[in-house]
Unconditional design. Structure first.
Length: 466
């Protein structure tokens, strides 16, 4: 069974540099352990990536040398000379006059003059440099306030709904009404139409994917409601025993039901009974997918659901990659496959640091694919796993930017995608692009992208402050 617990080597933080050596490549991970948390430094070397490159029978191996200096990435304990303790914290940033600590309750700065000499030496504290740094802070703050005062007149912030998202919501309500009433003939007809048309909404979301999304059960629903859903799907299967829509919908429900009982926490937090039900429900979902594998016509969501099952069951990389390639052969423009694969390759699941980012670049030139649009969509989708995806991963801002430029050309009316692009530009610290996008937003704010008006204002003020 797959575990969400990250191995120790995946928890140590990393920085990497790509080194090419012709067509013969390998991934080497070198990790320097924190001396305060281990018995001396040691180096862990691990080969990671020959598995990526079987292309038409020719093996190409990429060499990536990843040097991980994790002395500021691991949990640590600090005690000031006055006895105040900071337990299980991480060093977020080292400044000339102190260290910035990330704790469970927030962020704190501890000055070197408050810390013992051995800690000062560990972080190369220099009293003269610290004094100069401290002296510069008031001037820097004054300069920042001056820039804030000189900001151009900006339009008022107005929390706005995305028209396309409202359109999708209305579609889902109508589909859900058919499902709640067990109108299986109407559901079959709608699914057949959506499969044939291969249609997308104005934000690039596949209509057939939204069809299945509309049938889901909310996480906060009581167990009785989940059981009611189970009976509806069983009745649909009975009424339409050769229906690809019924089988995919039922398998999709069972995967959601499995994750519902498991929860989103790490493996150590899952009870034995939850593991049993998780495994049982995923097995039933796989059985339905196996049974419908030869049904006609095919449905693109069949592969996406199977990829979710594969992640939960801990399929090997070879089996997972074959499933992914089969899916992309069937529908190369279905970007949900790429999001599923990147999720599988997250270090918390079955990947190593840097793997999902590298694997994503292999799709940039897929025939009949979406080009860099796919790259941008995956970064946008995985952004929720990180505080700053560009600082914490090897995701490329230039490729993300270029992908969003394509998205803007293809889906110019999506306020959600424009807002997401703008926020990512802020995270990437690209003032030029961020300011251009804030100009286009004109004060329109979507809460699920920005959080609240204060966050939106802070990002916007930053963009216009230079």
């Amino acid at each position: 069974m797959a575990s969400a617990t990250r191995p120790a080597r995946e928890q140590e933080g990393d920085c990497s540099r790509l080194v090419s050596s012709g067509e013969h490549l390998a991934f080497v991970l070198i990790t320097f352990h924190n001396p305060s948390k281990s018995r001396g430094n040691h180096i862990l070397i691990e080969r990671l990536a020959a598995r990526f490159f079987a292309v038409k029978g020719k093996m190409k191996i990429l060499t990536s040398l990843i040097l991980c200096f994790a002395s500021v990435a691991l949990a640590d304990d600090f005690k000031t000379i006055e006895g105040k303790e900071y337990k299980d914290v991480t060093v977020s940033r080292v400044e000339p006059d102190g260290i910035v600590l990330r704790t469970k309750s927030g962020i704190s700065k501890v000055y070197f003059v408050e810390l013992p000499k051995d800690v000062q030496e560990r972080f190369n504290y220099n009293a003269a440099g610290a004094a100069g740094h401290s002296a510069r802070q008031p001037a820097s703050q004054a300069a920042f306030q001056h820039r804030q005062a000189e900001l151009p007149s900006l339009p008022p912030i107005v929390e706005t709904k995305d028209r396309i998202k409202d359109e999708i919501w209305q579609f889902r309500l109508k589909t859900r009404a058919l499902y709640n009433a067990s109108k299986f003939d109407e559901l079959e007809a709608l699914a057949a139409q959506l499969r044939a048309e291969r249609g997308r909404f104005g934000n690039g979301s596949w209509k057939i994917a939204q069809f299945y999304e509309s049938l889901g059960c909310r996480a906060d629903e009581p167990e009785s409601m989940w059981q009611l859903h189970a009976r509806i799907h069983e009745n649909w299967d009975t009424a339409k025993p050769r229906s690809i829509a019924a089988h995919v919908a039922h398998a999709d429900f069972l995967t959601e039901y499995a994750w519902h009982v498991r929860g989103s926490g790490f493996a150590s937090t899952v009870t034995k009974e939850a593991w049993r039900l998780f495994s049982e429900r995923l097995a039933k979902a796989k059985e339905l997918l196996d049974k419908s594998a030869d049904f006609e016509p095919k449905c693109p969501v069949w592969w996406r659901v199977r990829m979710t099952v594969a992640r939960g069951q801990g399929w090997s990389w070879d089996d997972y990659e074959k499933l992914f390639q089969d899916a992309k052969t069937f529908e190369p423009a279905f970007w949900g496959y790429d999001v599923a694969k990147a999720t599988y390759l997250l270090p918390r699941w079955h990947g190593q640091p840097g793997e999902w980012e590298y694997a994503l670049t292999l799709e940039n030139n897929r025939p009949n694919g979406l080009g860099l649009e796919t790259y941008a969509r995956v970064v946008f989708a995985l952004n929720g796993y990180y505080k700053n995806i560009f600082r914490e991963t090897h995701a490329s801002w230039p490729q993300t930017r270029d992908g969003f430029e394509l998205i803007g050309q293809r889906y110019p009316d999506s306020l959600e995608l424009l807002s997401g692009y703008c926020r990512l530009a802020c995270l990437a610290e690209d003032h030029v692009v961020a300011r251009k996008l804030f100009d286009q937003l004109g004060g329109r704010m979507i809460a699920n992208i920005w959080g609240d008006q204060k966050d939106f204002q802070n990002y916007r003020n930053w963009a216009y402050s230079r």
